[in-house]
Design a protein around this ligand. Structure first.
Ligand code: SF4
Length: 505
């Protein structure tokens, strides 16, 4: 019988969550390094370079890889020969660990979890509760697999109860093609097949915690080794998903996924449940075992393990002064062109947009200091600053969630540009074209690097919304790419189209 102490569980969870907030798994980062070497699309290569450089900065600075520090997901395998020492339930221990990790003063993480999701959506302020899955198994240890999943990638999860004769590969490839880039590729696609609907989703999630090793599997296949059906599926899906040409950040390119993982389980004769969950550029997970000898010991990766890639802005990048810009200045900007933003911009995401649009609908004025005339808005919910930072990691959030507000924002507030990540929907593109506005993208998964370009941050309105408040940022050479130009040309439509053709040639 092994005695597991409450304090060891709490400390292990806290340490592991801090660890994965700033250390990418080495297998992912090395696979991304290979993707960088192979990439031929200039925009996608630049985006991968930003993700890799950001990753190294985070490992060195112990600050989060992404402003979305995720919702905590824990898989437990609890040995039957375990005794617990302490007064808390296991769930309470884990949530105490989450609380301590997310409020850690040296590396405060963003609290993104909201209680009452269909109602008040109130932030729990410490990212609790975690989502916990446990299994009782033989043995006398507790095995823990823990991940922090970003909302952008979780939101792209798909499920279907397919007809048993359906073409699984065709369904998955179509589903990935419809996901857009809000899940911040390049990443990993997790597939769960079989069981029941909820089992398939769990398999898809758990598959993402396996090592990145598709290159080894390709080698085994080349050498003629006999593969299982799930291994064959991995190879076929890897090739077909990358052939979609989505590329890094959806800009069009060779690598959309660095691996595809598949787990399966027996299912009912009438059923073929299939689930997909992507893992994004902020792939974060670690594993440890508690055996009664104390808290988990996590070994930090060596900086030599990171690909030797640094990022600097292209010498051709156009510098833009946000304080003097007019709509006319934006006419010559091309989709895919890199810009370096300087001056002041406002921030706002879901909750702030809703309040703004509701305020305007009531015929009331926006809060003092909120003036969007001739200005840009950045869709971001930053991490709180520590030490002498102006702001913590501050990468973009998925823009499509703001599509419903775009026409009102452009027509009624004087706003001329937006910055976010991934594609815009048809309605938002129409509004951009109609108002001769622009949409720019920053790289999702490069949040700490982007925060280095933010010199000052002031809360202007709605402080009670926490990270969703409206801030004014003063930026210096903040790197962005033109996503939709004043004519409504979208790089997320033209890029993947061009690269899927080139790949299939
Ligand atoms: S990389 Fe993208 S999807 Fe992943 S956590 Fe960050 S913003 Fe969200």
């Amino acid at each position: 019988m092994t005695l597991i102490k409450q304090d060891d569980v709490i400390k292990s969870i806290t340490d592991a969550l801090q660890f994965i907030s700033y250390y990418h798994p080495v297998d992912y980062i090395q696979a991304l390094g290979q993707a960088y070497e192979q990439e031929q699309s200039a925009s996608a290569k630049d985006a991968i370079a930003q993700i890799l450089y950001n990753s190294r900065l985070c490992a060195e600075g112990h600050r989060p890889i992404c402003q979305d520090t995720g919702i905590v997901v824990v898989f437990l395998e609890i040995g039957m020969d375990i005794q617990w020492q302490g007064s808390m339930s296991l769930e309470e221990m884990i949530n105490e660990g989450v609380h301590l990790a997310y409020t850690h003063p040296d590396n405060i993480l963003r609290a993104s979890v909201l209680a009452d999701p269909a109602g008040a959506r109130k932030n729990t302020r410490d990212n609790t509760p975690a989502v916990i899955h446990s299994k009782i198994v033989r043995g006398n240890t507790v095995k823990v697999k823990l991940a922090a999943k970003g909302g952008g990638s979780e939101n792209k999860a798909k499920f279907a109860a397919l007809n048993p004769s359906a073409d699984i590969v065709a369904w998955i490839t179509n589903a990935v093609s419809s996901m857009g880039a809000g899940w911040c590729p390049p990443g990993i696609m997790g597939i769960g097949i079989g069981g029941t609907p909820e089992k398939a989703m769990l398999l898809a999630k758990e598959s993402l915690l396996e090592p990145v090793n598709i290159q080894q599997l390709m080698e085994q296949n080349k050498q003629g080794q006999i593969l299982s059906r799930t291994q064959e599926l991995r190879l076929e899906l890897y090739e077909k998903i990358n052939a979609l040409g989505i590329g890094a950040q959806g800009l069009g390119g060779l690598t959309t996924v660095v691996d595809v993982k598949v787990l399966d389980y027996p299912t009912h004769a009438a059923s073929l449940p299939v689930a997909i969950i992507p893992n994004c550029a902020a792939t974060r997970h670690t594993h440890f075992t508690l055996d009664g000898s104390g808290p988990a010991v996590l070994t930090a990766p060596k900086l030599e393990d990171w690909p030797d890639v640094t990022w600097s802005a292209s010498p051709k990048a156009r510098r833009v002064n946000l304080d003097t810009i007019t709509k006319e200045d934006m006419h010559s900007w091309q989709p895919g062109e890199q810009l370096l933003l300087n001056g002041k911009l406002l921030t706002g995401r879901d909750a702030a947009h809703k309040r703004i649009v509701d305020t305007l609908a009531r015929g009331e004025s926006l809060p003092e200091g909120v003036d969007f005339n001739n200005r840009f808005i950045y869709y971001v919910g930053p991490v709180d600053a520590v030490n002498n930072e102006a702001v913590g990691p501050a990468g973009p959030t998925t823009s499509t969630r703001m599509d419903q507000y775009t026409e009102t924002m452009l027509a009624d507030t004087g706003l001329i540009g937006m910055i976010g990540k991934a594609e815009r929907g048809a309605g938002a593109i129409e509004a951009i074209k109609k108002h001769k506005a622009v949409y720019l993208i920053a790289v999702g998964g490069a949040a700490y690097l982007i925060s280095k370009a933010i010199e000052k941050s002031t809360i202007i309105a709605y402080p009670e919304l926490g990270m969703e408040a409206i801030y004014e940022f003063e930026v210096k050479d903040m790197p962005v790419t033109v996503g939709v130009d004043v004519h409504g040309e979208s790089v997320h439509l033209s890029g993947p189209k061009k690269w899927s053709k080139l790949i299939r040639r």
